[in-house]
Each structure stands twice: as structure tokens, then as C-alpha cells.
Design a protein around this ligand. Structure first.
Ligand code: PAZ
Length: 311
């Protein structure tokens, strides 16, 4: 297994077609937020795909639905942030996530009254609260959404956006919740056409992706508050792997979570401390989400981060 370096990754791989458009939109969005003197957070969300063919029929994917990322955006906006949301195409998005196809189908909330479509009374207040928040985010230009599909495109966007955002230095936060593939097929080994089944079984050989958190922390966004997530399934590994990531990359916070309990428990790992954040049964029953606690905690950490930078 070969490890492609961080430096040549962006030379050897082809950027997404709309990279210049994304660059332009990000700069415009950021300039607007600078005028308003707002903090800006980049939230990454959802799983990345690893295509097996250039004309892609099949790809390797992961489980993430983008629940953490899309929910977090709403709470960041409530805390006064403007958000750049880098999300996996077709994964959950802020506000509309409340009416996904698998949960709360919006069609069930509507009725027909003569020729008019109306909201069923039962859902009116629920829909109104979300609609108001959504309209406010739109009207005040608080949210820029950029979607990706492959792990390669994700890295190109991440590189571009973090470098642009780094111009506001400590006022930027990077909240890296996407489930990013550790493996990929380098361009020189990618076949053009659909892999045929006549050869029998399929053996895959994937290379390790470069560890982009390293240049992100040291070069792309050295002054921002950087929060990465660590997902594990083995409870014995979670804390040690989270701390290892913190030591290796030298950023500020790793949030550890377990696949099966990620909506109920997270662990904040910082250089000198470790803190568990948990939801009670009562809180979960009342529809409260763990992201509200995560973002409140991060807002305080960001206040301190900005304050420290002044000394
Ligand atoms: O998208 P989701 O809400 O289903 O899952 C969120 C998550 C588990 C992908 C996220 O909290 C996370 O841990 N992201 C980083 C995964 C990793 O690369 O270790």
C-alpha cells in the first residue's frame, strides 16, 4: 500500500469542475460576513465516496447520513455564526432535515382544502418554528452550502475553503464532522469503464489517503479553532485514538464518539482535559439533540480562543 503525499495529491488528481465557482462563492460569502463582523464556521458533513471506475457505476461508501453536521449548522446559526456547510450530496441538510424522506415526510403534513394546499393543524407550530429559522438564515445570508460526492472532491473543496476562511484568522472555526474515507484508488490505477464480472470475484487494492488534517492545522488555517471528530466502534480504542489524533496534528479539540451511541454521548478531548457530554433519557424523549450541547460548549471555547489571541 502506497501513501500519496499531501503535496502531490492536488497535482496528481483532477480538481472538481466547479472549483473556481466554489472559490468565488466562498470569497463573496466571507466578505459579506466580514462586513457584518460575524464569526464563520466551516461544517463538514456526511460520508465520502471512493469511486471504482472513472465512469462511475460502483463506489465504496460509508454509513454517515449527515445528521450530526446538518443539526450542528442550525445550532451554530443560533449562536450567531455564519456557516459554510460542506456536505455530501443527498445527505441531510439543515432545516429540511426535519422532513427527510425516511422521517416526517412533508406530504403527510399537508392537506388539500378546495384548490389550496394547507398545513395540517397538527403540524403547524412545528413547521412554523423551522420555517422561521430557515427564512431568517436565508434572509440574513448566514448559510452557504457546497456539496461533494467523492473523497477527492471533498479534499479539493476543503483545501480551497479553509485557505479562504483562514484570512479571518481566530474568528474562524473548522468543525470537521464528515466521515472521510481513509482509502482511495489513485488516478493512475483507476479503470475507465464499468468493471466486468466475467473475471470472477473482485479484489480491491486501495491506497491510504494523505492525512490532510496535518497541513490544515499547520499551513491552511493555522490560527483558527479546529475541531475534528473521531469515530470508533471499539470502546477500548476511542479515547486513546482521539488523544493520539490531537497529539499528532496539534489542533485544539477532538470530539470522540462511538458508532452506536453517537447521538447520546460524546467525549471532548483537549490538550489538558477530557470531558464527557451526555444526554439524559428525559432530554432525548423531549426531542433535544446532543448537538445543542456540543455547539454551546464550542462557542465558549471559541470565545476563549479569540480572547487568548489578543494577549
Ligand atoms: O452523520 P452522522 O450523524 O450519522 O454521523 C456523524 C459521525 C459519526 C460521522 C461524526 O460524528 C464523526 O465522528 N465524524 C468523523 C468520523 C471519522 O472520520 O472518524
Amino acid at each position: 500500500m502506497e501513501i500519496q503525499g499531501e503535496d502531490d495529491y492536488f497535482v496528481k488528481n483532477t480538481p472538481p469542475k466547479n472549483i473556481e465557482e466554489v472559490e468565488k462563492k466562498t470569497k463573496e460569502f466571507l466578505n459579506f460576513q466580514i462586513e457584518k463582523d460575524r464569526r464563520v464556521v466551516l461544517v463538514t458533513s456526511g460520508g465520502t465516496t471512493v469511486p471504482l471506475e472513472n465512469q462511475t457505476v460502483r463506489f465504496v461508501d460509508n454509513f454517515s447520513a449527515g445528521t450530526r453536521g446538518s443539526a450542528s449548522v442550525e445550532y451554530f446559526i443560533e449562536q450567531g455564526y455564519a456557516v459554510i456547510f460542506l456536505y455530501r450530496q443527498h445527505s441531510l441538510r439543515p432545516y429540511s432535515r426535519h422532513y427527510s424522506h425516511s422521517k416526517n415526510c412533508f406530504l403527510d403534513m399537508l392537506d388539500i382544502d378546495n384548490d389550496n394546499i394547507i398545513v395540517n393543524n397538527k403540524y403547524n407550530s412545528f413547521m412554523k418554528i423551522i420555517l422561521e429559522k430557515y427564512k431568517k438564515a436565508k434572509a440574513e445570508n448566514l448559510l452557504l452550502e457546497i456539496d461533494f460526492f467523492t473523497v477527492k472532491d471533498y479534499f479539493f473543496y476543503l483545501n480551497k475553503i479553509t485557505k479562504i476562511l483562514s484570512t479571518i484568522e481566530e474568528k474562524a472555526m473548522y468543525y470537521l464532522a464528515a466521515a472521510v474515507s481513509d482509502f482511495f484508488i489513485p488516478p493512475e490505477r483507476m479503470v475507465e469503464h464499468k468493471i466486468q464480472s466475467r473475471a470472477g470475484g473482485l479484489n480491491l487494492s486501495l491506497d491510504q489517503v494523505p492525512k490532510f488534517l496535518k497541513p490544515l492545522v499547520s499551513e491552511w488555517a493555522p490560527k483558527g479553532l479546529i475541531v475534528s471528530f473521531k469515530l470508533e466502534t471499539d470502546p477500548d480504542l476511542l479515547i486513546s485514538k482521539a488523544r493520539q489524533a490531537l497529539d499528532r496534528y496539534g489542533h485544539q479539540i477532538v470530539i470522540g464518539n462511538m458508532l452506536l451511541t453517537r447521538k447520546r454521548v460524546v467525549h471532548f478531548i483537549t490538550k489538558d482535559a477530557e470531558r464527557k457530554i451526555e444526554m439524559s433519557d428525559e432530554e432525548l424523549k423531549n426531542g433535544m439533540e446532543i448537538e445543542t450541547k456540543i455547539i454551546s460548549e464550542l462557542k465558549i471555547k471559541h470565545d476563549n480562543w479569540i480572547e487568548q489571541s489578543k494577549n
